[in-house]
Design a protein around this ligand. Sequence first.
Ligand SMILES: [Zn+2]
Length: 384
Amino acid sequence: MRRVVRGTTLLGLGLIAMAPFGCDAQQRAQQQRSREPQLPPPSITEYKPQSTLVVPQHEVPRARFPVVDIHGHPPTLDNRETIEEVVREMDRLNIGVMVQARPSSGERLRSQIEAVREAGYEDRFVFFASLDLDNIEEGSGARIAAQLEEDVAAGAVGIGEISKAFGLANRRSDGTLLAMDDPELDIVWETAGRLGIPVFVHTADPPEFFEPLDYTNERWLELAIFPNRRFMDAERFPSFDELMEARNRMIMKHPETTWILAHMGWHTADLARLGEIFDAHPNVLGEVGAVLYDLGRQPRFAAEFFEKYQDRILFGKDSFAPDEYPYYWRVFETADEYFDYYRDYHAFWKLYGMDLSDDVLRSLYYQNARRIIPGLESAALPSN
Ligand SMILES: [Zn+2]
């Protein structure tokens, strides 16, 4: 009986669905025309629809647990005034420790470490050392590794942030593009492994920046605003996949070194691809800076991913804009729906909360960072 009823219903639906195909082309064209706006359409920058949705809202001004921001770009921390200003914002947001990931090496590194110590905040900041990756030639690797040893002796606890220029713009002294897996640099990555410090590397940029700039590109607006983010010219730049492959070969050659992929390796629009990298390389972690727009549009899949790879994820923010951090706390900690993101040229869509468990939040916020960064025994972080 039931089956007969269902069969009848399906048949009925089939007839309804088929009806429009009976229309002739003229009718269809007319229908199409009647759906064209009768008013001049707004431009992409003018259209700002206000959501009428009324749902529970939970603003999160402070993170639930103390945070290590491993992708910190505060100003140069070489004077008390700047240091105290940054600490005030960290206290407000519940950031226990910030990693200074701005280029710092030699004197520039030492002066900051000293100023932070003098100001009495040595348990609130740690420093990564930058590398000089220009004009690489025979002997450069040994020179860079020696500088690294010196910087680590001065107090640096990691390498980074290595900028996207590595792979896209840094050159050998003969003018050719420096490959990320160039053997000249092997000694640098080996030294990092031996010293037990992580290498924090930003490779390429969002994949959309390497795609044709047409009206189907999800980052059209950003690419229209910033010409220097356009990498689609194959004559001038490697492709996104070529860069990812070179990065993966570099990682594969150095299994004793800990690698942190900035911006989750730019794989947040395809987390399964990042999962494959994590599966193949237990020495690789990912950092969430500047990819919140992707995580917040797939809250269930992203939360599953964070649960599965909870020992491989690190919090990082990238640009030091204190008012933007609470968007991260809200996506990670709440189950809120359809709320605004802070930058319209990153994403024209809304965000949803991932509602992560306390266990995953602790891993993301400070436990993983403490495990892989030496000297992170800060009183500003929980003891467990
Ligand atoms: Zn950065």
